[in-house]
Design a protein around this ligand. Sequence first.
Ligand SMILES: [Zn+2]
Length: 296
Amino acid sequence: MKPSTTTSRGPVDAVTVLTWHALVERAEGLDAWPPEARLYVFTLDEFRCQLDHLAAEGFTAITMADLVRWQAGQAELPTKPILLSFDDGHRSNAALALPELRARGQKAIFFATAGRVGGHCRLPIADCRFQTQAQDGGCWVSWPDLRALLDAGMEVGSHTLTHRSPSTLSREALRHELAESKRVLEEGLGVAVDFAASPTGYDSRHFGPLAREVGYRAALQGVIGRNRRSAAPFALCRIVLKRSYGFDLFRQLVDPTSRAYRRLRLKQALRNGFRRVLGARAYEAIRRLVLRRGRE
Ligand SMILES: [Zn+2]
């Protein structure tokens, strides 16, 4: 085992939440994804290195339920807690991520887009991340996949019903996304679905209050940061991992003594400012153009 590069500083003062999306078995699999989605896809080897690093550094993966109990003053956390999460409900979550987590005795929460579960999307896989209609193909987790995650001790949460950006939805439409996804997942799985994660990274001020109103116990939003005990349970911060960060930045982002995440939060605030000025549609069109140009 490598020597530890981080130090224990006594009682836990903040919890880092990491978010992955899809995994691919081999690097060639990345080519099938459009650039704007590929940013968030990791190879299996990269994921294994990240999990091995967390284990070598002595991190213990906690559940969302653990985090909520700690925030409520009802429980303490292990010395180096970390919360591992997955957004979207891509089939690789069950097929590739689950065996790696189980092999290391780690836990995670999987936020599934309820309207896609058991559904299929049109192949090639390149288009599937943004499909909301049931089509042929099968890029999303099935109900048996989600049950397998629960049986393995993982948590399942809601990533809304259709994955539309909360920032573009009316309050009523957002309430429907949160309430209906909870109902669909609970009916399909026969367990309480207590946690939600905001999709697309573009938050709405209504997301947290509505999540509370429709019966969730806590919610992750898109703002980059760590969560102190006093953090608002319905506006929890996280670090959504991008492949371009590389392993060195990953090591810094999980290091409780590093402030590397602050640079990312500043960039995020600037990006969101641009998006507000340009409007969501124009911003996304420009972003896609820049990412595709960068590939040529
Ligand atoms: Zn998502």
